[in-house]
Design a protein around this ligand. Structure first.
Ligand SMILES: C[S@@+](CC[C@H](N)C(=O)[O-])C[C@H]1O[C@@H](n2cnc3c(N)ncnc32)[C@H](O)[C@@H]1O
Length: 404
């Protein structure tokens, strides 16, 4: 199969936004998030008025945030329940709010919320817990949805700052540096620091909501489902364009990464366990027939049983999911993937997708290769599964397939 590749820099090609993190494109850190320019590129070059888009691995929900600006209806899914919350905040209309007053009420609140999990003191110093119970108690007791939306991301951010997590890492983890941060905080007037950070963050969110409105989002129809398994979920209706960036082969463990957030928002240990068991690529999936020569060639080169299992589970999940979902896609499929390596061998997932979907009536138009510049990728320095050093993913490829 001829495989047309072209180099591109989406950041340089699309000038509609001043930066990748402008407005509400990145209100909260989300590993391997789309940069808005990728979605804008697709919609401007391939979208036609009235078309709708669908992202089954929507993460933070960037595809939807950008789709509104260009007036496209959309449907988003993700296993991570935070998708719904992040997306609602990112697209909500700002309303004047007396932020000082909200913070004051929070300070005085007598409400209490204790998360349903027993490892609280592993992640938070015990002196901080009463304050956290109070502020989250206040948040959970709020009737006004807008105040809840405006304050939730600031609360999540400051709560994480007050945890033992090393904020520089892409993985929830303690480190000497983060322990030191907490030690220092404890010596300071930490309660005032907490509320003043919260106030600044809330203003920041408000300003970003204003910036988003300045991009003139349209009142489009949308469906957003968090906490769903894309290997099983059914599309509510046909969609014209599928745009997605599925989990990576040596992917981030998203649910584990967001567990502090999920607990404070009210999810229990059991909820988390259910989600963890469904996460790609850390779950076993049923074998499927793979119609990709590249897949079989790569597979024949893997001899270690545990690597073979990881390879198969990953590709059966991604290819199985795409071949099922494509049935309801009418025009284009865009998949944004890296080329990971396994024991030094490159795994061209983009080619495998193009070859496999060819059998379902999809023609490979071209693959656009974007060199990753500023984005922090999260292939670990040492792969936890193989215990050997990973080569970092250096490029990301946008596979473009057209329905024939
Ligand atoms: C590369 S990220 C997508 C990031 C997204 N493009 C954005 O802009 O934020 C891959 C996503 O796949 C999700 N995921 C993993 N297993 C899943 C499953 N079984 N069903 C649905 N989503 C899943 C993860 O939660 C993660 O958000």
């Amino acid at each position: 199969m001829e495989f047309k590749e072209e180099e591109i820099s989406f950041r340089k090609f699309i000038n509609d936004f001043p930066s990748t993190t402008y407005a509400t494109f990145a209100l909260y850190g989300y590993p391997a998030k789309f940069i808005p320019q990728v979605i804008a590129f697709i919609l401007k070059n391939y979208g036609k008025p009235g078309m709708s888009i669908f992202d089954p691995f929507a993460g933070y929900g960037t595809a939807g945030v950008v789709a509104r600006i260009y007036g496209f209806n959309y449907e988003l899914w993700d296993l991570n329940p935070l998708l719904e919350l992040f997306h609602e905040v990112a697209t909500s209309k700002p309303v004047e709010l007396d932020i000082k007053n909200v913070i004051q009420r929070m300070r005085m609140s007598r409400e209490e919320f204790v998360p349903k999990w027993n490892r609280q003191e592993y992640w938070f110093h015990k002196d901080f817990l009463p304050l956290l119970y109070k502020v989250w108690g206040f948040w959970h007791s709020l009737d006004d949805n807008y105040t809840k939306l405006l304050t939730v991301i600031p609360l999540l951010k400051v709560t994480r700052y007050f945890s033992y997590d090393d904020l520089q890492r892409q993985k929830l983890s303690k480190s000497p540096k983060s322990m030191n941060r907490i030690r220092k905080l404890l010596e300071e007037d930490w309660e005032n620091i907490f509320f003043s950070m919260l106030e600044d963050e809330t203003r920041n969110i408000y300003n970003r909501l204003l910036q988003y409105q300045s991009l003139n989002p349209k009142p489009v129809k949308h469906v957003v489902k968090g906490g769903v398994d894309s290997l099983k979920e059914e599309l509510s209706e046909e969609r014209d364009i599928l745009i997605t960036s599925p989990p990576y082969l040596q992917s981030h463990e998203y649910i584990r990464h967001f567990k502090l957030e999920l607990f404070w928002l009210g999810y229990s240990d059991e909820d988390l366990k259910r989600l963890l068991d469904l996460e790609i690529p850390y779950r076993d999936v049923n074998r499927i027939s793979v119609y990709s020569e590249t897949y079989h060639r790569c597979r024949n080169m893997i001899h270690e049983p545990h690597l073979l299992k990881m390879f198969d589970n990953y590709l059966w999940a991604i290819l199985g999911c795409l071949s099922r979902l494509q049935e309801k896609i009418t025009s284009y499929i865009f998949v944004f993937v890296g080329r990971p390596s396994m024991r030094g061998r490159q795994i061209p997932v983009d080619r495998m997708i193009a070859e496999h979907l060819a059998l379902f009536g999809w023609k490979h138009e071209r693959t656009l290769v974007d060199a990753i510049v500023a984005r922090r990728m999260f292939s670990y320095a040492v792969n936890p599964a193989t215990k050997i050093r990973d080569q970092r993913t250096k490029t990301e490829n946008l596979v473009i397939l057209k329905r024939i």
